[in-house]
Design a protein. Structure first.
Length: 132
């Protein structure tokens, strides 16, 4: 497991319509992509800050992962994502190291990336994602 960089930081928001103008102003850059990821029941908006992206996440279903997060914790940082060369290999290495996984194999995420999550129970309460 050797990430090359922080790929993005995911931030749960109640409304992309309200959050995008704020982040455009505070970051001094325009949102460059909005995408719905149907199987994750989320709509995303992306901003580029140096090599790292900020991903805003709006739930499309109150019973989806972001919907439940917003109900429980409100808006805020949801996860940190690390870029890796091979998501499946990295998940295997994490499992072999005794880290609990949410995803045993990668799945498709926003921007066509393969993604896989580690369970926060094993990561000091930080939801971590590998992307590649």
């Amino acid at each position: 497991m050797k990430p090359t960089h922080i790929e993005h930081i995911g931030i749960a928001v109640a409304s992309l319509e309200k959050a995008i103008p704020f982040f455009e102003k505070i970051l001094g850059t325009a949102c460059y992509a909005i995408e719905e990821v149907k199987d994750q029941r989320v709509k995303t908006a992306f901003f580029k800050v140096g090599q790292t992206k900020i991903e805003l996440l709006e739930s499309t279903d109150p019973e989806g992962p972001i919907g439940k997060f917003l109900q429980k914790k409100g808006e805020g940082i949801h996860h940190i994502a690390f870029a890796v060369e091979d998501v499946n290999k990295t998940l295997e290495e994490a499992s072999a190291a005794g880290i609990e996984l949410i995803d045993k194999t990668s799945r498709k995420g926003a921007e066509g990336l393969n993604i896989g999550f580690l369970h926060p129970k094993s990561t000091h309460s930080v939801l971590m994602e590998f992307c590649g």
